[in-house]
Design a protein around this ligand. Structure first.
Ligand SMILES: O=P(O)(O)OC[C@H]1O[C@H](O)[C@H](O)[C@@H](O)[C@@H]1O
Length: 281
């Protein structure tokens, strides 16, 4: 059933299960995809985009969209026991249902319901205004406990990934997925100089400083004891068919997560909310 839309919101059907929701408040514009329930773009007028979208991204049911904020749910990374299951879960490749779109002054509130998975339900609430706020609610309707891992896999657009700094995670323990060992983050702000893929165990806020665009984005989380930081760098980017060879220079992923040892077990009837806010400071 069609839901009422504010005048500044528009649904754009692209066929084959693909529908985009375009929002334009007059001070920012944003696009959501019902495939994946995923924010594809967000850009305050007069600013560089906040989110990176690969020009080679595939928009196809059953595939993940390389860019924006894919939702990894109900597992992050490879499935713990089933190697034939898709990486990062089922939510980012399946259609979501739009439940509500509301506008009050300069803010849009969007609610979506994701695919059901073995007794687990997922809903995502966005508030888009001068910042991005997301709440991912997972509920266990089944009679068994379920272990869940998730991430809001933000591809944050940057002027040059070699020049940015990430502050806030100093000295935190992290799982280094490139070296396959545990390690500690540097004592100073992190500057990337090669492939980086880490589950960092911390609840601290992260500040991404981009000197090229003279921008600082502040990422805060709720219900999240881990943050994933990822950049594939040159060699891995060349192996990703849906990313241009030089695309790694244009983003860093800073993902509000419940990943690795920060996965959680939901008893029957229980719920969990993972929240993330991204704002310019
Ligand atoms: O290529 P994808 O399945 O979208 O995953 C992209 C990346 O996501 C996360 O950041 C993981 O930590 C990485 O190991 C993975 O390479």
């Amino acid at each position: 059933m069609a839901i009422p839309l504010p005048a500044a919101a528009q649904l754009i059907p692209l066929g084959n299960d693909l529908t985009l929701l375009q929002l334009d408040s007059g001070s920012f514009c944003a696009t959501l995809s019902l495939l994946g329930g995923q924010l594809l773009s967000y850009q305050p007028y007069g600013q560089q985009p906040w989110l990176y979208m690969s020009p080679q991204a595939l928009l196809q049911t059953g595939k993940a969209i390389r860019g924006g904020i894919p939702v990894c749910w109900p597992w992050f990374g490879p499935h713990p026991t089933d190697s034939s299951a898709p990486a990062h879960g089922v939510a980012r490749q399946q259609p979501w249902q739009l439940l509500a779109v509301e506008q009050d002054s300069d803010a849009f509130h969007v609610k979506l319901q994701g695919p059901h998975w073995q007794g687990l339900d997922v809903e995502l609430e966005y508030t888009l205004s001068d910042h991005i706020a997301m709440q991912l609610h997972t509920h266990n309707h089944s009679q068994q406990p379920h272990t869940v891992s998730t991430a809001l896999h933000s591809y944050l657009a940057v002027s040059d990934s070699r020049r940015i700094r990430l502050a806030g995670l100093e000295d935190a323990v992290f799982e280094d997925k490139v070296a396959a060992r545990y390690s500690r983050m540097p004592s100073a702000a992190l500057q990337l100089n090669g492939e980086f893929d880490a589950i960092v165990y911390s609840e601290a806020d992260v500040i991404l400083s981009d000197p090229g665009w003279q921008r600082k984005l502040h990422i805060s989380r709720r219900g999240s004891g881990s943050v994933v930081v990822w950049n594939p760098w040159q060699d891995k980017a060349a192996r990703l068919a849906d990313l241009p060879d030089e695309g790694w220079q244009d983003f860093v992923c800073i993902e509000a997560a419940n990943a690795g040892e920060d996965s959680y077990t939901l008893p029957p009837g229980a719920s969990h909310t993972l929240g993330c806010q991204i704002r310019a400071v």
